[in-house]
Design a protein around this ligand. Structure first.
Ligand SMILES: *[C@@H]1O[C@H](CO)[C@@H](O)[C@H](O)[C@H]1NC(C)=O
Ligand SMILES: *[C@@H]1O[C@H](CO)[C@@H](O)[C@H](O)[C@H]1NC(C)=O
Ligand SMILES: *[C@@H]1O[C@H](CO)[C@@H](O)[C@H](O)[C@H]1NC(C)=O
Ligand SMILES: *[C@@H]1O[C@H](CO)[C@@H](O)[C@H](O)[C@H]1NC(C)=O
Length: 851
């Protein structure tokens, strides 16, 4: 024990410091050990708190390493607490041991950690890959499963042999008498009263019933009214189930909306069933239809969803005698469908007559929830047929003889399937084999035919007259129909402003000639008055769906072969392009057709200076026929001074400020090609001329500049103007379209759409895109690279408000409901001129400088 020594105290105080000076002193080692230990503890704690990847991994590895580490740390604490009880040497040894073991463990864990990290990284890397593999495999399993199901479905539908010829003969085709056999339109119709230039004058005879609204319907169809029965091509007599006594039988058409009668020998009969039915004479039509109603689309079905509760619904009439073993066949059908889990509903009026009542809720429900409606030959087949169409149920007709409405003109093969009744045992196999696309197209076409030709009285009247014209080969009196499109002029009866002022310079960027200036000439009209009734009749009835018009211009009119330009008699109007490239191209229109021009229809509202600037940009535009300004500022007359162009600028007076005015087929439009423009669109002449050339090759499409598309977000479809690689609409603020589409927009498109356009003062361009895609099933064509247009006040930038877009989303959804489906189609390319961005040899020039 050291004695008291003040110096010692001093020495002891300095030992701490000294120990640092002497690197090999025991105290130093001890302190270094402690220091490292504390450092280690703190680092570990720090890492632990901050959740470094190593520690996380250590915890995650769960092999006890980390818990052992923690124990060690605890031990160290213990050691600190009880330090006083040990001798120095022991403490040092102990500490060294601990230090050693800690270090070992540290190194060990570090290497383990590295290992784990490697594994972890490897896993991280492979997880997405494996996930991808997994989802691929899942996809394959799913596909295989589907294929299996389909295969099973197909395999399980057995084909049974059809029957031998069946008797008795069908209801609608009772054996005609000898005299009736010789009847045809040719020998019962006195054509001397129906000159082809007479336009088919009609005298309507009123038999005193409540048929007033039928007469209104015929009036709305625009027939020529004859002064007396003697000057009429035919007399249309509306009857209610009984013939008037002794009438002149010639050129008489009986429209019987009452109970069916026997056909009068020498007259045409229109009623729901005809016995005997004379194919070239009579019409089988269900006349029990409602008045025209702009909201009738609400009662028509939506095209999708495809699946319905039943695959097949069969309606069996009260005294059905169609096949030898009807009940056996039905049993087979049910068994066969059970195998593939198709539901078949049989509406058997032999047991429950309610299904065959004139109005049957049960029948309507069944048709509404079935994909196919099987209809046999029965007195009421036409009613079932109409109802099937109305409910989106594809009619499967088990008779080759059943007469369908206007079936010499409407191609019902597009909307219904027909087979002989003897094939009933094969029916399920056949119907089950149809592709979904085919079935949906039948459903779609059925709905179109129904609403265009059959659905209401106006449609029936219009269609009946068109069918009679087709049979008698008399083109319609277009002037009468067109009178609705007669434009009214400003400027004291003149369309052009009296004080036009000249402009001198063309726009700066269009200094090169891009085409010759020719005087205005119209496109030839009415070239197909008679061929429209035969050669073009199929398209008129089944594609364009405007058979009641002779068509000023036909979209699908044929072209001459290329050598036509070498022959004197056929070369007129061709503008062949000389050999060469850009320069020669600019000098002539070329293409596959004779020369033509386009009309600009400019819609303007309250922006006179914007309009002036737009007009100036059209100065010396080649191929321009005229500019038509639709003056929507109805509260004032246009000022009488406007830029004077090389072509007339005509101002049209309209009754109301409506966006639908843009698409009225004004009589002032004299070309097939119409360029619809907003008053503020700034496009280069090159761009317009190029788009015109593109349109000439795609006359049934909308060809233009600003593109938009429809896109799905969540559960709904949205209008979308973002830049994307797909488009489905071209805004009609700058687009070429065929004049016929203006007619279709104004007279064929559901009126509910035009009303909506007026209500929201928006969406007329969407409506036009819907219409054209609906009629053609093709997307529009985008030309040149312009996506948005240089127009500071353009539709979207002007009202780029939320409400503008909301309205447009809503329009899309409403139009989709009105058509029963969304007719828009996507397109993934755009049209550029041929040498655009092509490296050309020095002696060649691009087609256009810029586009
Ligand atoms: C047709 O005649 C029947 C009775 O024969 C009558 O009940 C019905 O109201 C008549 N229809 C019209 C439209 O006059
Ligand atoms: C064709 O029909 C139009 C319109 O009805 C008529 O103006 C024209 O004269 C007709 N052309 C011929 C050759 O019949
Ligand atoms: C408008 O026409 C009428 C008759 O054609 C004529 O009397 C009148 O002077 C004309 N007004 C103007 C401003 O040209
Ligand atoms: C369009 O793009 C903008 C951003 O560029 C985005 O905020 C917006 O949601 C997009 N709109 C649609 C309808 O895709």
């Amino acid at each position: 024990m050291p004695s008291y020594n003040p110096g010692l105290h001093h020495r002891q105080e300095n030992r701490w410091l000294n120990s640092f000076r002497d690197p090999f002193s025991v105290g130093f080692l001890l302190k270094l050990g402690l220091f490292i230990l504390i450092l280690f503890v703190f680092t570990s704690l720090f890492l632990f708190i901050n959740g470094g990847p190593e520690l996380e991994l250590a915890t995650w590895s769960q092999d006890g390493k980390s818990s052992r580490l923690k124990k060690k740390i605890e031990n160290i604490d213990d050691y600190d607490a009880g330090c006083s009880g040990f001798s120095m040497g022991e403490i040092i040894r102990e500490q060294k041991k601990i230090l050693e073991s800690v270090r070992r463990e540290l190194i060990e864990s570090q290497s383990k950690l590295d290992e784990y990290r490697k594994v972890y990284d490897e896993l991280q890397r492979t997880i997405p890959q494996r996930q991808l593999e997994l989802s691929t495999i899942e996809g394959e399993i799913e596909a295989a499963h589907r294929t299996l199901l389909e295969f099973q479905a197909k395999r399980n539908v057995r084909v049974y042999l059809p029957h031998e010829p069946l008797f008795p003969a069908s209801h609608s085709y009772k054996t005609p008498s000898k005299e009736e056999l010789t009847f045809s339109l040719e020998n019962i119709f006195d054509l001397s009263r129906c000159s082809i230039t007479s336009f088919m004058p009609i005298f309507i005879q009123n038999s005193g019933g409540k048929e007033g609204n039928w007469i209104d319907s015929f009036k709305s169809a625009g027939y020529i009214e004859a002064k007396s029965p003697d000057t009429a091509c035919f007399v249309l007599s509306l009857i209610n189930g009984s013939l008037p006594p002794d009438t002149d039988p010639f050129n008489k058409i009986f429209l019987n909306y009452g109970s069916p009668i026997t056909a009068p020998h020498k007259s045409i009969l229109v009623q729901s069933t005809c016995a005997p039915f004379r194919r070239t004479i009579d019409f089988a039509l269900n006349l029990d239809v409602s008045e025209v109603d702009e909201n009738s689309w609400e009662s028509l079905p939506q095209l999708l969803p495809f699946s319905r509760k039943n695959y097949i619904s069969v309606i069996i009439d009260r005294n059905q005698e169609v096949t030898k073993n009807l009940d056996e066949d039905l049993k087979l059908l049910q068994e066969s469908s059970k195998n593939v889990e198709d539901s078949v509903e049989i509406l058997d009026c032999r047991t429950s007559t309610a299904f065959c009542d004139k109005i049957s809720e049960g029948r309507a429900q069944s048709f509404k929830s079935s994909i196919f409606c099987v209809i046999f030959d029965s007195p009421d087949y036409l009613r079932y047929f109409y109802e099937a169409l109305q409910n989106g149920c594809v009619p499967a007709l088990l008779s080759l003889d059943l007469v369908l409405p206007f079936d010499d003109l409407i191609d019902w093969r597009q909307a219904a399937y027909r087979m002989p009744a003897a094939r009933l045992p094969e029916l399920h196999f056949i119907l089950r084999s149809f592709a979904v696309e085919d079935i949906l197209e039948m459903r779609r076409k059925g709905r179109m035919y129904y609403s265009t030709y059959l659905g209401d009285r106006n449609a029936v009247a219009r269609t009946l007259l068109a069918a009679l014209r087709t049979r008698l080969q008399i083109p319609p009196f277009e002037a009468k129909i067109a009178s609705k499109n007669k434009a009214k002029a400003f400027f004291n009866g003149s369309f052009t402003s009296p004080n036009g002022y000249s402009i001198s310079a063309p726009p700066a960027y269009d200094d090169d000639s891009i085409g010759p200036l020719e005087t205005s000439f119209p496109s030839p009209t009415f070239l197909h008055n008679f061929t429209k009734l035969q050669m073009y009749s199929y398209d008129a009835w089944n594609v364009d769906m405007m058979p009641w018009k002779s068509g000023e211009h036909l979209i699908g009119a044929l072209e001459l072969p290329a050598e036509a330009e070498f022959h004197e008699d056929t070369k007129i109007g061709f503008r062949p392009i000389e050999p060469g490239s850009g320069v020669e191209f600019s000098r002539a229109l070329g293409g596959n057709r004779q020369r033509e021009q386009f009309t600009i229809v400019l819609l303007t509202y309250e922006r006179d200076s914007v309009l002036s600037d737009s007009l100036k940009r059209l100065y010396q535009m080649p191929y321009l026929n005229k500019v038509i300004v639709i003056w929507n500022s109805i509260n004032r007359e246009p000022p009488d001074s406007w830029p004077r162009l090389h072509v007339p600028v005509e101002f049209i007076k309209v009754k109301e400020n409506s966006l639908n005015n843009r698409f009225v087929p004004w009589d002032r439009i004299e070309t097939e090609a119409v360029l619809s423009l907003d008053d503020d669109i700034d496009l280069m002449q090159q761009e317009l001329v190029f788009a015109f050339r593109v349109w000439r090759e795609n006359r049934d499409r909308i060809v233009g500049f600003p593109a938009r598309h429809h896109a799905r977000f969540g559960d709904s479809m949205f209008y979308n103007s973002n830049h994307t690689c797909q488009l489905s609409m071209i805004l009609t603020g700058a687009a070429f379209l065929h004049k016929s589409y203006l007619e279709a927009y104004t007279y064929v498109m559901p009126i509910a759409i035009r009303r909506h356009v007026d209500r929201v003062m928006n969406c007329e361009d969407l409506a036009m895109n819907y219409l054209v895609s609906h009629l053609t099933r093709k997307p529009p064509i985008k030309s040149t690279s312009r996506w948005t247009l240089k127009c500071p006040t353009c539709t979207e930038s002007l009202w780029k408000s939320e409400s503008h877009f909301d309205e447009r989303h809503e329009c899309m959804r409403l139009f989709t409901k009105i058509y029963g489906y969304n007719p828009l189609k996507y397109s993934q390319f755009r049209a550029d001129s041929i040498l655009y961005k092509t490296k050309v040899p020095p002696n060649h020039q691009k087609c256009f400088k810029i586009v």
